[in-house]
Unconditional design. Structure first.
Length: 182
């Protein structure tokens, strides 16, 4: 073998190695590019999932800190059973505490309450439980009575209030609604 032939063989082998290496480099670059795109997409999904988990944990912590402690108060203010006698007892207790005389108590009928409950349940609202009565006393007693009724643990609204006076006695005719969940 002559040196010229030897150099040609070496050159051919070197050229072949360079071509094979270039092709391998190009193939590896494409494979790595595809893999890096998939990895980036997966990292984006993982980051999004981590963010959602963090948000859920923060929401749970906020619920535990702010909402859970007041759930009993909410259930007390808006009970799941109508229980008109409970609101009547509370009104009678307030009347006794404030020194007014309570009379003419009228509760709503069951038929009206059942129809209202059905309508409220469909609408996702609350059920009003009407209660009408009269209280008599001095102006200060009646104001104290109204303030106490507004601060009952049960959610209530004064729907109407009629004031009449006979001598020193003032009478309030009150239509009150207490509410419950349907």
């Amino acid at each position: 073998m002559t040196p010229k032939k030897y150099n040609q063989i070496i050159a051919a082998i070197t050229l072949s190695l360079i071509l094979i290496g270039g092709a391998g480099y190009w193939f590896a670059l494409n494979v790595l590019g595809d893999a890096s795109e998939k990895l980036a997409a997966q990292m984006g999904v993982a980051s999004s999932a981590d963010t959602r988990i963090t948000n859920l944990v923060n929401t749970q912590n906020a619920y535990d800190k702010e909402i859970a402690p007041i759930l009993t108060k909410i259930d007390e203010a808006l009970p799941s059973t109508p229980d008109q006698t409970q609101i009547l007892e509370q009104v009678q207790k307030v009347a006794k505490t404030t020194g007014v005389s309570l009379s003419g108590i009228t509760l709503s009928s069951t038929a009206t309450s059942a129809a209202t409950t059905s309508t409220a349940a469909k609408a996702g609202g609350v059920v009003p439980l009407p209660l009408s009565f009269q209280v008599s006393g001095s102006y200060a007693q009646l104001q104290s009575f109204l303030a106490s009724v507004e601060n009952l643990s049960r959610l209530t609204t004064v729907d109407s209030l009629t004031v009449s006076r006979s001598g020193q006695t003032i009478t309030y005719a009150i239509n009150l609604s207490a509410y419950s969940k349907p």
